[in-house]
Ligand binder design. Structure first.
Ligand code: NAP
Length: 290
């Protein structure tokens, strides 16, 4: 058996196609376009990949993209002053801070500094909290992309054993809540699971396996249950090529569906980001906030 590939590209193109039309319509009606402020700190290979993809997608659909680059040694004060300036700037629709941050910057203080209305990534506590209490679309773009990819292949999650490896605020935690909302029975694994020697045990139980760690081949192919659905979110540079966190070739022979890396969740994330940005812009225009 060889798994069907879960490819994010076709859905991403459909989303972006409809957004292009919507941005043109809003420009015609209101004479304005949405704008994305992207803050990058220092140099990081994966971040530069995300940034490039986001810029390209923004420009493709007529969204204004503004890049801000702080040096590797930027202080918390510098970061917050930049965010406050962008919060006040009425021409900016959404603010995105690329993670991971260097050690001297506090991720929680940084997220709190962003105006929740401009938190296009959806990770401000106010937005996450509203999501848990039932707001229609919440959580990070990556978590939404994972769920939409599963839904676009009409995969049934109801009552399934879902295991997520990685519990970050940006990927693992919001994805686990969304899986619970889809009635999957959900387990989250993290460093302590591995340290206790239990990672393999949980992965073997998974009918739906989502891995978001950032360690090449952490998940051995022969741990994957026959017929499982595998979503590999990890992006790693390994011997000069991009790989995920799962041993793809071995896992592909056991899974029923699996994401390729690259080409799985990755292409969908900037499309979801653009959709959130355009939706936010339209709602605020309609409410006369802009
Ligand atoms: P992160 O903030 O570094 O979180 C990694 C998570 O993995 C943490 O919860 C950590 O556990 C856990 N972990 C680390 N080592 C582990 C181990 N040996 N066993 C089990 N769990 C372990 O990373 P992230 O932002 O969630 O991103 C994860 C990966 O997804 C990265 O490769 C990133 O590049 C990729 N990513 C891809 C996209 C995309 O567009 N495709 C988007 C976002 C992220 P503790 O919390 O216990 O430390």
């Amino acid at each position: 058996m060889s798994a069907t590939l879960l490819k994010g590209g076709p859905l991403a193109l459909r989303i972006l196609g409809s957004l292009r039309g919507e941005v043109a319509r809003l420009r015609k009606k209101y004479g304005k376009v949405p704008s994305l402020a992207n803050i990058r700190i220092g140099e990081n290979y994966s971040v530069s990949l995300y940034e490039k993809a986001q810029k390209k997608r923004a420009e493709d659909i007529g969204v204004e993209y503004r890049g801000y680059h702080l040096g590797e040694g930027a202080t918390q004060d510098q970061m917050e002053r930049l965010i406050q300036r962008l919060n006040r700037d009425r021409s900016i629709t959404g603010i995105l801070v690329q993670v991971p941050l260097p050690k001297q910057l506090d991720p929680k203080r940084t997220i709190y500094a962003i105006d929740p209305k401009k938190d296009v990534e959806g990770i401000h506590p106010e937005n996450l909290g509203e999501g848990i209490l039932g707001k229609e679309e919440y959580g990070s773009c990556t978590a939404i992309a994972i769920m939409e990819l599963l839904k676009s292949y009409r995969l049934n999650l109801y009552g399934k054993e879902a295991v997520i490896v990685g519990s970050s605020d940006v990927v693992g935690k919001p994805t686990s809540l969304m899986l619970v909302d889809s009635f999957a029975t959900t387990t989250i694994c993290h460093v302590a699971t591995t340290e206790r020697g239990n990672l393999e045990h949980h992965v073997r139980r998974a009918e739906i396996l989502v891995v978001a760690v950032g360690k090449p081949h952490l998940i051995k192919g022969n741990w994957v249950q026959k017929g499982a659905v595998v979503v590999d979110v990890g992006i790693n540079q390994f011997h000069g090529r991009l790989v995920g966190d799962v041993e793809f070739d071995q896992a592909k022979g056991r899974a029923s569906y699996i994401t390729p890396v690259p080409g799985g969740v990755g292409p969908l994330v900037p499309a979801i980001l653009m959709r959130k940005l355009v939706t936010n812009f339209r709602r605020r225009l309609e409410n006369h906030e802009l």
